[in-house]
Design a protein around this ligand. Sequence first.
Ligand code: V47
Ligand code: SF4
Length: 363
Amino acid sequence: MTQPTVDACFRAIADTVKSGRRISPDDALTLLRSHDLLALGRLANLVREEKNGDYAYYNINRHINHTNVCVYHCTFCAFRRSGHEPDAYTLSVEDFLKKAEGSEHFTEIHTVGGVNPALRLSYYEELYSAVKARYPNVSMKSLTAVEIHDLAKIEGMSYTEVLTRLSAAGLDSLPGGGAEIFAPRVRRRICAGKADAEEWLAVHDAAHRLGIRSNATMLYGHIETDEEIIDHLNRLREQQDRSGGFQVFIPLAYLPENNPLQVKDFTTGARDLKVMAVSRIFLDNFDHIKAYWVMLGVRLAQLALAFGADDLDGSVTHETISHQAGARSPLSLSVAELENLIREAGRIPVERDTHYNVLRIAA
Ligand code: V47
Ligand code: SF4
């Protein structure tokens, strides 16, 4: 029997997508390896428009990293420091509040840090309570599943207990960091020792069951294989079927500066758009796909709005983690710049809050 051609395979998968059925991991692998970038983009765009029409979301947010001290040595990380290094820092609650000055002009503060065992649950409770007392309308998107996992271990508590306490103090949602690539082969080489796939997913599962929504990421463009990308997406899709609390998926393109991870082939523009498109098509139970302009670059993030993405993240005032790893993007974007990028891509700019509630549709 003759094998179907690549074109015939693509057409069969496209038919599955167009009829609203779920594609398999093997189908996703075929799409990821396809060279018909425009056909792939059109298919992803179909799903994107089905879910979000012409809306392209952004929010007015800022990043504050409370510590760069970390017990782990992820080889892709240019941000971490050991406690004795001259530029190691940990913000007191007062210092954090000083950095947060002016936050009444933002709808979200995104706060993550290194895994610093000196910071106990009480530190985060004080921090969130103080921020909420000062800025009651600002949403705290804080602590990755990796940080929650280690906090639970240090405190001898379950994920549910830790999350319940943090949520009572003012934590609103979890960002999607720390997922990297779930495959153990890759984790051993890029983030040895930190929470594994099952633990990362279990933290999000516990959050979702408490009604805390969260995000999911994937760090690609280093040593992972195509199969490991699809495995990552598949584990997220299965988790979303179980607990349903992921708001958005964010593929993060690896930035190679100031860190020890040596990589043979870097990601390219075409590859970034393919990963975006396949994510949109495969993750049929995720409402939103984010093109994080800080890591992708502003121009490519704008193009991604035609390849499945419906969200540009936000103003991202003073991001550090990516810029230390060589991001060439600006330190922040204004609302006018975000809206202009979206309009030029033929979409309607929509300011959202953390949970994708519409705050303002730009005329
Ligand atoms: O977990 C670290 C990644 C993540 C590098 O939830 C790197 O809305 C590329 O998760 N090159 C943190 N990536 C950032 C993150 C995030 C960003 C924006 C929005 C949201 C959200 C979450 O950044 C880390 C890691 O995967 N990262 N170093 C690097 N050299
Ligand atoms: Fe630490 Fe996070 Fe950097 Fe890993 S990615 S070394 S856990 S700060």
